[in-house]
Design a protein around this ligand. Structure first.
Ligand SMILES: [Zn+2]
Length: 315
């Protein structure tokens, strides 16, 4: 009986692209950059080695589809030449969206290349309960032409640590086939000082260890079986040219937004929509629910559709 139950759990884990068996408590995530050919003709780039003690695994990005997998060393084929990997959509996106940016807010990918809608939900640290209304609304869109609903969740490690039960309830929505999650790194502690101006706030505060914020969060995610995507969201959407260069060295693509709903921005085709799911921004959630209601017909016919974040960068 126990064997049968574990087989069922295993089947669930492999059926879901973004959740793997949790890694060991001491799993450490180390940046690497190893482009190689997959067995099926794909070109993959390993961006992290994950050391669990007994075995080293790799987080590998499909450089054409942006899909992520966790592989063993044996699954790594022949090394790809620079001329091969540099021409891939992933390598181009890394360069393009991390290039020097004049402002301090909303750098990176803010609009999808295709005419879909890209829903992103931020889970910044909060003592509040998650916004149950938001997750209820997005998991009950029975009229959507294409299901499950793709949603990118930008999660911080501190939110995870304080909300284990709520994380489990989100994963249950994915297991039931209501939503399909792309996990986006949103740093471990999400540094913020209410008294500081934007230019000296969030990750721009001098005491912040940028790389540690990112890698610690990855480890927190991996230990719960969440597979990080190659996407990153800056807390407050605040960055500068130096941080973008460091993000590029960590092989991550920054995701901004052109429809932060609580700020009154209205989604258009191609929009990256931003709402907060941590209970801190009910107005944005209200706006999303209103938007879904007013666009019901277009969503039903497929004239308007939600796409996974991996479809947003130019191919
Ligand atoms: Zn945040």
């Amino acid at each position: 009986m126990r064997k049968k139950a574990s087989l069922i759990i295993f089947a669930i884990l492999i059926a879901c692209a973004c959740v793997a068996a949790p890694f060991e408590a001491r799993a450490a995530s180390t940046p690497v950059f190893k482009p190689f050919h997959g067995r099926d003709g794909s070109l993959l780039i390993a961006i992290r080695s994950i050391d669990e003690g007994k075995e080293t695994k790799y987080l590998a990005i499909d450089a054409r589809s942006f899909k992520v997998s966790v592989i063993g060393k044996k699954e790594m084929g022949k090394a790809a030449l620079e001329s091969e990997w540099k021409a891939t959509p992933y390598a181009r996106a890394l360069k393009k969206y991390n290039k020097p940016y004049p402002g301090s807010q909303n750098a990176g990918l803010t609009r999808g290349a295709r005419d879909g809608l890209y829903l992103t939900v931020d889970l910044c640290p909060s003592t509040k309960k998650m916004d149950a209304q938001l997750f209820k609304a997005i998991s009950e869109l029975d009229y959507l032409k294409e299901k499950p609903l793709p949603v990118a969740i930008a999660v911080s490690g501190m939110w995870i640590q304080r909300h284990e039960d709520e994380l489990a309830s989100i994963l249950e929505l994915e297991r039931k086939g209501a939503i399909s999650i792309t996990w986006v790194n949103h740093t471990m502690t999400h540094p913020y000082d209410v008294d500081k101006p934007i230019e000296e706030n969030f990750l721009l505060m001098p005491e912040v260890d940028f790389e540690k914020e990112i890698l610690d969060n990855e480890e927190t995610m991996l230990k719960r079986g969440l597979i990080p995507s190659p996407f990153f969201r800056f807390p407050g959407l605040v960055s500068d040219t130096a941080l973008l260069a460091r993000l590029e060295r960590l092989s991550l693509i920054p995701i901004g937004a052109d429809a932060w709903l609580a700020k009154g921005e209205v989604p258009q085709k191609g929009s990256i929509i931003l709402v907060h799911g941590n209970g801190n921004e009910p107005f944005g959630v209200k706006k999303l629910i209103e938007f879904l209601e007013t666009k019901k017909k277009e969503l039903e016919t497929g004239e308007l559709r939600f796409l996974p974040l991996r479809d947003a960068p130019k191919r």
